[in-house]
Design a binder for this molecule. Structure first.
Ligand SMILES: Nc1nc2c(ncn2[C@@H]2O[C@H](COP(=O)(O)OP(=O)(O)OP(=O)(O)O)[C@@H](O)[C@H]2O)c(=O)[nH]1
Ligand SMILES: [Mg+2]
Ligand SMILES: [Zn+2]
Length: 296
């Protein structure tokens, strides 16, 4: 019998599906023809499946609203970008790259700062100014010094209802730790970062969706870097919300905000309304994207 459900976990060729109607958990396999067509079901996929025997079979993947490569997950509404203030060190370049990637997939981004408890008051205040810049750029930011205080956790949880939310960010940033604070029963594995490399140890190995606060929330494997392969130079300036706010007032339509005359974005940059670090990252990413093109 054909039914509809959502993949919440994938383990070595098996896919755990929650049935849309009965909310039962069914273990399934993908039919052989998926492999032939080079289609890989993703966590988050809505699927039709046959559950006649002990083991179900995925028949079709329903059309995706969106999907990410890193982490591999489909049909996401919101992404919590877990960002460490220290250990690993805060990197605006990495944060901006993650944000661009999320904007490209039309997912609502939220910035969640962890590990500010490891900073001196002075360093924390500097970082708070940067975080205020992200708020002014249009992002929702959670940046309390005590990352997991109840009030902040409550406010975060309220954003989960009726959505699929993915926790993403660098390995070791604290994604699983944050989820464990939100739901005390999850008991997700966490590990100290490598002090020698100042990098996380890739503790979380797979994407899993959990039912939390009337929504679905995914813990995912962290990464150390991402690329911008799918993004064109034309699209890039549209992925910075604060540029979009002013680009209508640039003299040229499709202004890239680099060397064009009467560029409103550059005027706002000079006025201090646009963060220098964001603009510098924009130029850096533009360069990176252009260098991919030359290679093909
Ligand atoms: N001091 C401090 N340590 C934290 C904080 N958040 C997380 N940690 C620690 O950072 C380490 C890494 O946390 P994890 O939750 O495993 O990180 P992760 O983002 O899930 O990492 P991956 O699964 O590798 O992607 C653990 O030792 C946590 O206890 C924080 O706010 N403050
Ligand atoms: Mg983890
Ligand atoms: Zn411009």
């Amino acid at each position: 019998m054909e039914r509809i459900g959502r993949i919440i976990k994938s383990i070595s060729g098996f896919y755990d599906v929650i049935d849309d109607e009965s909310e039962e958990l069914i273990r399934t396999r993908a039919r052989g023809n998926f492999r032939k067509r080079k289609i890989k079901p993703l966590v988050g996929d809505k699927v039709s499946y046959d559950a006649t025997g002990d083991l179900g079979y995925i028949l079709e993947i329903l059309p995706r609203e969106n999907s990410l490569v890193r982490p591999p997950i489909a049909n996401i509404d919101q992404a919590i970008v877990v960002t460490s203030a220290a250990e690993p060190n805060f990197s605006s370049n990495l944060l901006d790259k993650i944000l661009v990637n999320i904007e490209h997939n039309s997912i609502e981004p939220v910035v969640y700062l962890t590990k500010s408890d490891l900073l001196t008051t002075e360093k924390y205040q500097e970082l708070q100014k940067i975080m205020q810049g992200y708020r002014e750029a249009g992002y929702q930011v959670f940046d309390d010094q005590e990352a997991y205080n109840d009030d902040q956790l409550d406010r975060l949880e309220k954003t989960f209802a009726d959505k699929v939310t993915v926790f993403t960010g660098q390995s070791g940033a604290g994604k699983s730790t944050l989820l464990n604070h939100i739901d005390k029963e999850l008991g997700l594995a966490t590990a100290e970062i490598s002090q020698v490399l100042n990098r996380g140890k890739h503790t979380t190995r797979q994407v899993s969706l959990f039912n939390i606060a009337d929504g679905l929330v995914a813990d995912t494997p962290g990464f150390s870097s991402i690329d911008l392969m799918d993004i064109t130079p034309e699209e890039l300036p549209t992925l910075f919300p604060e540029f979009l706010e002013y680009s209508g007032e640039c003299q040229f339509r499709g202004c890239r905000h680099v060397n064009e005359p009467n560029c409103k974005v550059k005027e706002e940059l000079a006025e201090g309304k646009i963060m220098h670090s964001r603009y510098d990252d924009y130029l850096y990413f533009l360069n990176e994207i252009n260098s991919y093109k030359k290679r093909y």
